[in-house]
Design a binder for this molecule. Structure first.
Ligand code: MRU
Length: 351
């Protein structure tokens, strides 16, 4: 499996996703602040992977703390949590993971643990978040495989693969699950401007796995659908609101509208750590805006004139009406999402 992120005694090690596929190099972050910087600068990206990185970064930061008393240790931990939370605003997995680490910290304090014991508890929690994410991706991949026809042409957007998670992937988890069940799958990967996660990362992962992959630029998916060359769309998510509205990489909404026009099922695949019942609908999801340079430059070369303004939202929201189903580790949830997603957290398994 692809090594997206791993913990070593004195570092969090991440494959540098800014450099793929040209170079396969690893970044060793040696403090919580360095992990935070890696998240902000997209060394590591993708909602579940961001959550795992934050948890591992917090555990690493506290492992290296020199504090001897619980109070000072707790103050340092809170500061690191705040730094981590300020990296990227849209993917709710980040905040979910920070909350889990805070709960683990509080439980250890409640149990009267020493600073060293709290450090162990934080390490264990971060590793659990990592391992559970892989398990969730595998489980949702198996559920999602059921909606993939025996011979399928699947369009995906951005990278919701092993690189965007602790391993296996969400949208690509569904594709891998279908392939593992013996289905014939051909994938169309949207290039995904401006950061090119589709062309650089999704295509890289799929080609490595020997899965039939065709890259298209983002403005080609309509023509492809009109020619009858797509059977279904599967994408990942950065935050799914209580009513099913879903924030994902910019351009996802356009794909969803096109899928509706061409009567193609549009699925969202995500672990429940991406579902945020505290956000009522898409209008309440904070959308990150990134630097103009991501749009005006490609690979360091300037493509646009000085003086033009740039709008660069990193995500858009697909309204729930356009979503055929939300594929999670607990089954596939359908409209009305306000009820089904609430049930998702209550029931053990839904077919
Ligand atoms: O800006 P990014 O690359 O972090 O955005 C990633 C996406 O939008 C993914 O589709 C999403 O996080 C799902 S990852 C399993």
């Amino acid at each position: 499996m692809l090594p997206t992120i791993a913990r070593e005694a004195d570092a969090v090690v991440m494959i540098d996703q800014r450099k793929l596929p040209a170079e396969e190099v690893y970044v060793r972050a040696k403090s919580a602040a360095e992990v935070a910087r890696a998240i902000k600068t997209m060394v590591i990206r993708g909602a579940p992977a961001i959550g795992v990185a934050a948890a591992m970064g917090l555990a690493l930061g506290m492992r290296r703390s020199k504090a001897t008393g619980t109070q000072k240790f707790a103050a340092e931990f809170q500061k690191s949590c705040d730094t981590m939370a300020a990296t990227r605003p849209t993917a709710v997995n980040l905040f979910w993971a920070i909350e889990r680490m805070k709960r683990a910290f509080a439980a250890a304090v409640q149990d009267g643990h020493s600073v060293d014991q709290i450090k162990d508890r934080l390490d264990a929690e971060a590793q659990a978040i990592h391992d559970e994410d892989v398990a969730s991706c595998r489980a949702l991949g198996a559920f999602g495989a059921e909606v993939v026809p025996a011979d399928a042409r699947i369009l995906t957007h951005c990278n919701a693969g092993a690189l965007a998670t602790a391993g296996y992937g969400t949208a690509l988890g569904v594709i891998r699950g279908a392939v593992e069940k013996g289905k014939r799958v051909a994938v169309f990967a949207d290039e995904t401007r401006p950061f090119l996660q589709g062309a650089r990362l999704t295509a890289w992962e799929l080609v490595r796995d020997g899965i039939d992959t065709t890259i298209i630029t983002d403005n080609m998916s309509g023509a492809l659908m009109r020619q009858g060359k797509v059977d279904l769309v599967v994408v990942g998510a950065d935050r799914i609101a209580a009513n099913g509205d879903t924030a994902n990489k910019i351009g996802t909404y356009s794909v969803a509208v096109l899928a509706r026009e061409h009567r193609l099922p549009f699925y969202v695949a995500a672990p429940l750590s991406t579902v945020d019942l505290n956000t009522p609908d898409g209008a309440h999801i904070p959308i990150e805006e990134r630097s103009a340079k991501e749009v005006t430059h490609i690979g360091g070369s300037q493509m646009a004139p000085e003086g033009a303004r740039v709008w660069n939202p990193a995500f858009d929201v697909t309204p729930h009406e356009l979503i055929a189903g939300i594929i999670t580790e607990r089954g596939i949830f359908r409209a009305p999402y306000t009820e089904s997603l609430k049930r998702a957290f209550e029931e053990v398994t839904l077919a």
